[in-house]
Ligand binder design. Structure first.
Ligand code: HEC
Length: 204
């Protein structure tokens, strides 16, 4: 009776010793050989080139960082300031594309006229400020591109879902929406105004 526990302890001790030996063997096998491979790593000193260091990138190398090629087009900003002008050509087609994309992606919350009364808002989602509020009328086109790209407060960004060209088209359309809701007769070209007002000179 008295020997049994001792034997168990002895077996345990032997097991532990074998385990420790195995571990020691494993650890000694882990030298630095795997880490120090006979290959060159990026920017590592090298005896191949004069100076022993990495060479500067070849001429015309283009960074793959977002916005490195055309910061205004990709970020809506330049030098920390929001773009005040469209980096792509403004055309009726661009505004029509912007309207189509706005109606798909933005109108559900911002409303078809930008008043902040979209369907989702009428069902309880927080209402965004109307695009026709003075603070937003004063914002440059880059402001809308920036919000569509990076999100704004509770609104998530659309960079992964809407390509930059379309985000610009939408931003241009929002500026057009602002104009449409805040225009005076003087903003309408004379020929069109004549057509609207008719010969009597008042709205039909
Ligand atoms: C799911 C609803 C929703 C959708 C869709 C949505 N927005 Fe918003 N947006 C909001 C809300 C809510 C705010 C205000 C967020 C806050 O203040 O926290 C906001 C804020 C903004 C602002 C800033 C307004 C300010 O007060 O300065 C801009 C600009 C804007 N959105 C543009 C867009 C554009 C462009 C699209 C489409 C690409 C879009 N939003 C799609 C809900 C939405």
């Amino acid at each position: 009776m008295t020997r049994a526990p001792a034997r168990i302890a002895g077996t345990r001790g032997a097991r532990a010793a074998v385990l420790a030996a195995g571990l020691a063997l494993l650890l000694t096998a882990c030298g630095n050989n795997m880490a120090d491979q006979p290959k060159l790593q990026a920017l590592e000193a090298s005896p191949y080139f004069p100076g022993g260091g990495a060479l500067p990138p070849v001429g015309d190398t283009v960074s793959r960082e977002v916005g490195a090629i055309d910061p205004v087009f990709f970020t809506g900003q330049q030098g920390g300031a929001l773009a005040t002008e469209l980096p792509i050509e403004l055309s009726v087609e661009l505004l029509q594309r912007g309207q189509e994309r706005y109606d798909i992606y933005c109108a559900v919350c911002h409303g078809y006229t930008g008043a902040g009364d979209g369907m989702i808002v009428t069902r309880g989602f927080p209402a965004p400020t109307s695009f026709h509020a003075e603070r937003l009328l004063a914002q440059p086109v880059g402001y809308f591109f920036n919000a569509a790209t990076n999100g704004f407060g509770r609104m998530y960004g659309y960079a992964s879902r809407i390509p930059p060209e379309d985000r610009w088209a939408i931003s241009a359309y929002v500026k057009a929406l602002q104009l449409s809701q805040n225009a005076t007769q003087d903003d309408v070209p004379a020929a069109i105004l004549h057509e609207i007002l008719g010969t009597e000179g008042r709205a039909r």
